[in-house]
Design a protein around this ligand. Structure first.
Ligand code: HSE
Length: 425
């Protein structure tokens, strides 16, 4: 077996996890020969001779076979990956934003250079979902992918629901454990699972969809009243990524959702992730594993390095064979939306409303809204409202209330609001 020489970029949580898994594994023939880092003053646990601050010492070294990119600066990572491929080196990365935003370019570059880019560690940590989609499901039409694609938010929701821990404390624990991104808003606002979903759209349905086109709302806007609403009905809230094919169209989004105890995903706790697939032939499948953390993600990177040792490459089978599917946001979904003040809500954005509860503390409506509406600034940036997708089996949204009478009720409420403001002054 060939002894592989690896040049590593970045030595953070995942880089250190890779170092440990690689040196603990009994049957891996290879070593990290050089690590390129940015911060010269940081104390390192390894001999200084292993480190360099000059990327050329890895990229131009003919003795290095594989470049592993584990930094979180996307433009710099893109330069590194491009240079490595052009210099005849294959690449492993766990950088989901890089892959999601530049996948078309990277597929083309792999074709031109004949070198590979593997990125299993970028999606759901230790769950081998990309290779499963490529190899096992390469020829099976898939209907649906749904799951928990972010360890930090699942950890936070577990702590908040089970232990009634304060949201900020749960988030800082997720950061201490090394689950969260350097910028944790990427986790809590649902961007990180959206990057992962965008990557899986290519491997599951053969379509490249820029992350900007996919709706994502996170858990950062959830209020105590929303948690109580769920608890009162015996439900949990999970941040779920979801993609579904209907005829030749695929829609996809990341939203908080209510799940009941019968849903497989309700049992997925802490930093665990889960992916459920539904295929035309296999029906339902469920994959569970740790989605974040130094060793689980390091192990996924090691597995990719090992795959490169036998010249494995993604073939993007669905992309080349199934290219006729189209992405759409033209889809109605059932939602619960809560808000403090009636001024915060655009009633006209709803296709229908089936229930409402208006009071001074916190109001909510249940209704149907299109994904297209949710792409607007008003829904993406309005921190005063929170939105949770309804589980079909727990809520009947077939009833349609008159939006005109609701608007009238809201008008009354607004008057009431003014009275209250006067009193409190
Ligand atoms: N911040 C990510 C998460 C890390 O919490 O899932 C793994 O991609």
């Amino acid at each position: 077996m060939k002894h592989i020489k690896i040049g590593l970029f970045g030595f953070g949580c995942v880089g250190q996890g890779l170092y440990e898994t690689l040196n603990t594994s009994k049957n891996f023939a290879g070593e990290i020969t050089r690590i390129c880092v940015k911060n010269k003053s940081k104390q390192r646990a390894l001999p200084p001779s292993l480190f360099t601050y000059d990327k050329a010492e890895i990229l131009d070294d003919p003795n290095i076979d594989i470049v592993v990119e584990l930094i979180d600066d996307v433009p710099a990572a893109l330069d590194i990956v491009t240079a490595a491929l052009k210099n005849g080196k294959s690449v492993v990365t766990a950088n989901k934003k890089l892959i999601a935003e530049h996948l078309e370019y990277l597929v083309q570059l792999q074709e031109e250079t004949g070198r590979a880019v593997l990125y299993e560690g970028a999606v759901c940590g230790s769950i081998p979902i990309i290779r499963t989609l490529e190899e096992y499901f390469g020829h099976e039409p898939l209907k649906e992918i749904r799951g928990i694609f972010n360890g930090s938010t699942n950890y936070i929701l577990t702590k908040v629901f089970k232990e009634r821990l304060d949201y900020a404390k749960a988030l800082s624990q997720a950061q201490e454990h090394g689950f969260a991104e350097t910028d944790p808003t990427l986790d809590v606002q649902g961007f990180d699972p959206k990057f992962k979903l965008s990557i899986l759209l290519t491997h599951a349905f053969g379509i490249h969809v820029a992350p900007d086109h996919i709706v994502n709302l996170g858990i950062n806007r959830l209020k105590a009243a929303d948690l109580e609403f769920a608890r009162d009905r015996g439900l949990q809230i999970k941040l779920l990524a979801h993609a579904e094919r209907i005829d030749d169209q695929v829609y996809a989004y990341v939203l908080p959702q209510f799940v009941n105890g019968n849903n497989n995903l309700s049992a997925i706790q802490n930093e665990f992730n889960a992916v459920t697939l539904n295929g035309d032939f296999c029906d339902d499948q469920l994959f569970i594993g740790k989605g974040a953390g130094s060793l689980p993600t390091g192990a996924a990177v090691l597995s990719d390095i090992s795959a490169l040792s036998y010249d494995y490459q993604y073939e993007y089978k669905k992309h080349y064979n199934l290219g006729q599917l189209h992405f759409t946001n033209d889809r109605l979904i059932d939602v619960y939306v809560s808000f403090d003040s009636p001024n915060d809500l655009e009633l006209d954005d709803f296709a229908s409303i089936s229930a409402n509860y208006f009071c001074f503390d916190r109001c909510y409506v249940l209704g149907k809204i299109s994904l297209e509406k949710l792409t607007s600034e008003a829904w993406q940036k309005n921190d005063r409202i929170s939105l949770i997708q309804l589980s079909e089996e727990d809520f009947d949204t077939s009833k349609a209330l008159s939006i005109t009478s609701l608007a009238a009720e809201i008008k009354e409420l607004k008057k009431g609001q003014k009275i209250r403001e006067k009193i409190s002054v």
